[in-house]
Write a protein of this length. Sequence first.
Length: 185
Amino acid sequence: MKNARDIIPATWKPVEEAVLCFIRDRKEEKVLLIHKKTGLGAGLINAPGGRIDPGETPEEAAVRETFEEVGLKVANLSASGDLYFQFTNGHSIRGYVFQTDKWSGTPVETIEADPFWCSESELPYEKMWTDDSWWLPHMLAGRPFRGRFIFDEERMMSMSLDVETSETSEDSKRIPRGAIHAKQL
């Protein structure tokens, strides 16, 4: 099987576009996650998010989906990364990842999601999509990323990840600027 970088080129067009919105309590070092109850990934843990409606920007979709799924109004969203998913059944999704530490309201359970706060140092990766463990640590560390993933249903088959790092950061000593991590599974 080819690497995800080869199968998902720059000219790739997804069937749908979606968003994820990570709400962070920086003082407590926690992030709001959800037990997803419906749709793609039901039964897994994720962040609030969903499909982008026609005429909607990714940021508008993140605000709307977060309110619909957990009852929070979010503001000052920061674009953190891009995800490109190709499924072996032909389905494909481009994902826009946002994060914020500005919200109002109290998280509530809905028909779509059961929200909970989780320590950023104890994320339940074993209950999340496999790709999350590759890019989520970079998002939490403030490093922009672009990930390409090939899935057979919920099983990741191949991936590549580009991560931007500051040449002056401590990470630049370990991860070169524009690092590419690729893995064939």
